[in-house]
Ligand binder design. Structure first.
Ligand code: KG4
Ligand code: ZN
Length: 398
């Protein structure tokens, strides 16, 4: 297999990333400029601010990635960039820059689906850690702030194909973590904070029900508008998720237990901590700060919420794995950094005799190494992007 050094660029949401990866498996550099401090005061990503911050960061981040890798613009073999899904304005910053580089350097440019990037974040490390051949079909759970998707993945002669067998009907899992953390005055992004606080509470204290929505794939019958949705005989079940209900349940709990005053006090105290260290970037509260500002009832609520989320993600994914008789499981995306999610998947998959792979934590959240890695099979197939391709905010993976 020929060697290839690919410079990847990622700007789909709130991280500006550039990375240099050799042949889809060796990371030579991986630089991520996070915009968390820009968006934190708003409790979520503000699209206009994201584009502005990408514009500010893109040149230094790419230069840093090349320098860290000991490469130059001229020494790389190809460029890769995220085409979608994501925020259109944010995606366009990476795409415009990558196109300009490709044109100026006469290097091929590869357009990558961000979700495929998350899948290849697992492959990147799996190729190094497990020298055994990867067994197909692979079931990939991509679980992040914007997505909760289950894909069956296959590969033939470097052509990767994906069949979506489940997705969230409303909020993504990471979005539920972020909204619940915001609701409890814990700040943004919520996932990492809840992850650290959950072990300090009782996960059985509050009972949460998550909607179960197992059903057959109705795509065939729903083609005819207005026709009754009859199930084709060979329909396979889908494994959809729904996380807006649990967020509402947390809100209801907060109201009935009258937690609003303590939440407001916590929000203000955490904001003060940020101000105190007032350099250019607000300081991050420590775990001790969070624990000091969270009473037992809040810690129990956080632990119960996380347990309900993890149980649902693991149960549905493993049910899908049984139904589709998969040989390997991948779990990736920002929420895959969650400690309880990892340990529960590890334990439950082992009971089912199914090998499970995660990216390391730094490759779970958005980064450009995964984009450069996903581009490698396309490079081998000479699947290059035309110069008039554009951002696709709602891009699907297939
Ligand atoms: O993959 P990612 O960086 O961006 C998207 O493509 O969305 O994922 C970010 C999401 C956020 O919702 C964040 O709260 C969540 O991943 N997240 C976590 C953890 N670390 C990040 N959720 C739970 N536990 C974590 N440790
Ligand atoms: Zn992502």
């Amino acid at each position: 297999m020929p060697d290839a050094i690919i410079l990847g660029i990622e700007s789909s949401c709130d991280e500006t990333g550039a990375a240099v990866v050799r042949s889809g498996e060796e990371i030579l550099s991986n630089v991520v400029a996070s915009q968390i401090s820009t968006h934190a005061p708003y409790g979520g990503v503000v699209p206009e601010l994201a584009s502005r911050e990408h514009l500010r960061a893109i040149v230094p981040v790419v230069r840093q990635a090349l320098a860290d890798a000991g490469q130059t613009y001229n020494s790389v073999d190809a460029l890769a960039v995220t085409q979608g899904p994501g925020l259109a304005g944010a995606l366009l910053v990476g795409i415009s820059f990558a196109k300009a580089l490709s044109y100026a350097l006469s290097k091929p440019l590869i357009a990558v689906n961000h979700l495929e990037g998350h899948v290849h974040a697992v492959l990147l490390e799996q190729r190094q850690s497990d020298k055994n051949e990867l067994e197909f079909p692979v079931l990939a759970l991509v679980v992040s702030g914007g997505h909760t998707h289950l894909y069956l993945a296959e590969e033939r002669e470097n052509l990767w194909t994906y069949a979506e067998i489940g997705h969230t009907r409303d909020d993504a899992a990471g979005e539920a973590f972020d909204k619940v953390a915001k609701l409890l005055g814990l700040g943004y992004p919520g996932g990492p904070i809840i992850d650290r606080l959950a072990p300090h509470g009782d996960p059985y204290a509050v009972k949460f029900q998550i909607a179960q929505m197992k059903h057959r794939d109705r795509r065939e019958s729903s083609r005819h508008e207005g026709a009754p949705a009859r199930e084709p005989a060979n329909a396979r079940p889908r494994f959809d998720f729904s996380y807006s209900g649990i967020k509402t349940a947390v809100l209801r709990y907060v109201e009935t237990e009258n937690l609003a005053p303590s939440i407001e006090a916590r929000r203000q105290a955490l904001a003060e901590i940020g101000k105190k260290h007032g350099d250019s970037k607000p300081a991050q509260p420590t775990l001790d700060d969070y624990l000091r500002l969270s009473d037992r009832q809040t810690l129990n609520l956080v632990a119960s919420f996380q347990r309900a989320m993890v149980s649902d993600l693991v149960a549905k994914t493993l049910a899908a794995a049984r139904e589709y008789d998969v040989r390997t499981l991948f779990v990736s995306g920002g929420v895959a950094a969650n400690s309880e999610l990892r340990s529960t998947f590890q334990h439950e998959s082992e009971l089912q005799g199914l090998p499970v792979f995660f990216p390391s934590r730094s490759l779970s959240t958005d980064n450009a190494a995964m984009i450069a890695a996903a581009a490698f099979p396309k490079f081998l197939r000479r699947e290059f992007a035309p110069m008039d391709f554009s951002a696709e905010a709602g891009m699907r993976l297939r």
